[in-house]
Design a protein around this ligand. Structure first.
Ligand SMILES: Cc1cc2nc3c(=O)[nH]c(=O)nc-3n(C[C@H](O)[C@H](O)[C@H](O)COP(=O)(O)O)c2cc1C
Length: 196
């Protein structure tokens, strides 16, 4: 698969098989993240590659509790409203059934934190596609990145005191008949381009 092909056929996967992902593939994906560009070559991204089912289950529990405690207001972002509603019903799995979650943190006080993390996440999603794995950008840990309970738990996993989570990515084999991720290209309806 060449780069343009990997870009155009990368689609979000939200249903995963329980099948574990080989460590060799996870190393290649994490490395693709490490090779992303960073502002001023800061290289301050910090990747927590989580494939321990108990840890993922605990994160799901903490995320659900945090959303369930939030006020549900009509003016909230649609996706956030959905997270709160499902969490209150005890029915929320922010990273779906993915067997792997890569959490990406960066320094809280660094101006390009989210940009550097997002570049790494896209690199990792493209690498996952190349390796026949499905992936999905997951934003919830960023929304909850000042939640004290989650912060304490993530610090136990290696998050540093001055870091916060800016994105995560769910990874695994797609729950499709072939086991391959959906790669159907969708036409662009936005993202306007002007050539001058
Ligand atoms: C910044 C950002 C945040 C996103 N957050 C989530 C998320 O929390 N959960 C989710 O299922 N998808 C999330 N997505 C995936 C988008 O919904 C998805 O990329 C978009 O609908 C286009 O579909 P495609 O990835 O299949 O092309 C996010 C994507 C981006 C770029």
């Amino acid at each position: 698969m060449n780069t343009l092909e990997a870009i155009k056929t990368r689609r979000s996967t939200r249903k995963f098989k329980a099948q574990p992902v080989e460590i060799e593939k996870l190393k290649l994906i994490a490395e693709a993240g490490q090779f992303g560009p960073t502002g001023g070559n800061a290289q301050g991204n910090h990747f927590l590659v989580i494939s321990d089912a108990a840890v993922i289950a605990k994160l799901k529990e903490l995320v659900q509790s945090a959303f369930a405690a939030m006020e549900l207001r009509e003016d909230l972002y649609k996706s956030l409203k959905n997270s709160i509603t499902l969490s209150r019903k005890g029915n929320y799995s922010f990273c779906y059934t993915a067997p792997v979650l890569i959490v990406v943190a960066n320094k809280k006080e660094y101006g390009n934190n989210m940009a550097d993390v997002a570049c790494a996440v896209e690199n990792m999603m493209l690498a996952a596609n190349e390796l026949d794995l499905g992936s999905c950008y997951i934003n919830q840990l960023k929304w909850l990145n000042e939640d004290p309970t989650l912060l304490e738990y993530l610090r136990g996993l290696g998050l540093k005191e001055d870091e916060r989570v800016y994105a995560s990515v769910a990874i695994g084999y797609a729950d499709t008949e072939s086991g391959l991720p959906n790669r159907a290209e969708t036409p662009r309806t936005g993202n306007e381009v002007v050539f001058v």
